[in-house]
Design a protein around this ligand. Structure first.
Ligand SMILES: Nc1ncnc2c1ncn2[C@@H]1O[C@H](COP(=O)(O)OP(=O)(O)O)[C@@H](O)[C@H]1O
Ligand SMILES: [Mg+2]
Length: 247
């Protein structure tokens, strides 16, 4: 397994944001991490990056204890979220060069140019990061997340600020990278159609707990509690919210 999480918990004072969750991810698997706002998705991702310390539980990545092999593991991972902004005075190229140095990338200039081409933002390389639109900033963040050819990629709402055409292009890139490099990808999104389209498996979180784990069609049948031939994650989402409110 690439990721194995056991009984992971995060408490902020007396509030439990992530409540005793266990899940795993296989090599080359794209797992959708779904759930309403406040479900605990970002908190979990931040624990998988060691940005915050768990209150309890265990994380193993690439078969190794994350706490004991932190640096070695983080070298082979990466992360993107449109809510992270880059140092605004540095140009796009300079920003990516800083990360390329941190990750010790060979031939950094070539790798940066390749990624900027891939995301169709080569013309922005000399622009200061502070002048970018949110969609452009998101694409620079995605370039950053692929610099080190990560074996595990954590993407927190990567398409949230992208128009449908660019968002489709990004998903095609991710599928191609998974095909070529067997990258495992944890993916959060509030767009259920795109989640059905790209994810092999869904882990559904609500109030910090995992309420379902399976393929999109398995999740649909389990939560709607009826026979279906096609996944219907949007219906699943509304059902989860409705049931939560009536409890
Ligand atoms: N640093 C923090 N201090 C206190 N509460 C937090 C903190 N970070 C997140 N939370 C709370 O934890 C819950 C889960 O948040 P989050 O993981 O960001 O949800 P999601 O990404 O699923 O929308 C929310 O209720 C949020 O307010
Ligand atoms: Mg979040």
């Amino acid at each position: 397994m690439v990721v194995e999480v056991k009984n992971l918990t995060k408490r902020f004072a007396d509030f439990t944001a992530v409540d005793n969750i266990s899940f795993s991810m296989g090599k080359g698997e794209i797992v959708g991490f779904l759930g309403p706002n406040g479900a605990g998705k970002t908190t979990t991702i931040h624990m998988l990056l060691d940005l915050i310390t768990p209150s309890g539980g265990e994380i193993s990545i690439f078969g190794k204890d994350f706490r004991k092999h932190r640096e070695e593991i983080l070298q082979q991972m990466n992360f993107a979220s449109p809510y992270v902004s880059l140092p605004y005075r540095l140009t796009v190229f300079e920003n990516l060069m800083v990360f390329a140095c941190i990750y010790n990338i060979e031939h950094p200039k070539k790798r940066i140019e390749e990624l900027l081409e891939m995301f169709e933002i080569a013309d922005l390389q000399d622009e200061p990061a502070g002048t970018l639109s949110s969609g452009q900033n998101t694409r620079v963040g995605l370039c950053k997340s692929l610099l080190n050819k990560p074996k595990l990629l954590l993407l927190d709402e990567p398409t949230a600020s992208l128009d449908p055409e660019i968002s489709h292009h990004v998903r095609e890139i991710l599928l191609r990278i998974r095909e070529q490099e067997n990258t495992s990808i944890l993916y959060t999104s509030h767009n259920m159609a795109e989640t059905e389209n790209i994810c092999d498996r869904i882990v559904f979180l609500n109030h910090g707990k995992i309420i379902a784990d399976g393929t999109p069609i398995e999740i649909t049948k389990a939560i709607l509690n009826e026979e279906r031939n096609e996944p219907a994650l949007e219906e699943v989402f509304f059902r989860v919210i409705k049931d939560t409110k009536t409890i």
